[in-house]
Design a protein. Sequence first.
Length: 190
Amino acid sequence: MKYSLILLFSILLSSAFAQQKQFTVDERGKYVHYEVVETKVGKDSLVSRAERFIKSNKKSFTKSTKTDSSVTSNGKMIIDKTILVASHPSGEVNYVFNFEAREGKYRYWITDLEYIPYNRNRYGNYVATTNIATPLEKAPGKLSAGTWKDILESVYSKATSLGENFKKTLATVQVENQPKKAQSISTKKW
């Protein structure tokens, strides 16, 4: 009995201190979500699919630039804070989404993550408190360390889900909807 309680306590303790998944750091010291994917799709098709993905998510991406083998876009994701059942936006994270393609593979990365906190205004809406963004690499003081850890975990989960959606979009064949030719109706034949 004593050993089973010690075993149970050690399992609970190890799960409490389990390390969460975190962003990796690039050569500039910035957090980055980076992935290289092997594929059988051609380079031109990958670039057009990536551009279509960015255009289809107009709420997330603001402006983008395209070359013959790459697409770069600025984006924004809203971070939610959940208390019991209710949730509200706690801030937004601005980022840069980069995509490069070669024959047989492509890579994408999300970097330059900057956080802007939200507060409720006098009308009850959540709006940005400032225009100055704080890079996610900058560690806060001891008082807000727990909140900052929650923000980092939320940003990481949203970045990975964005990456998964992006990979699904590039893997599927998309057929463009051609507008149907309007048929003329003859009133003389019936």
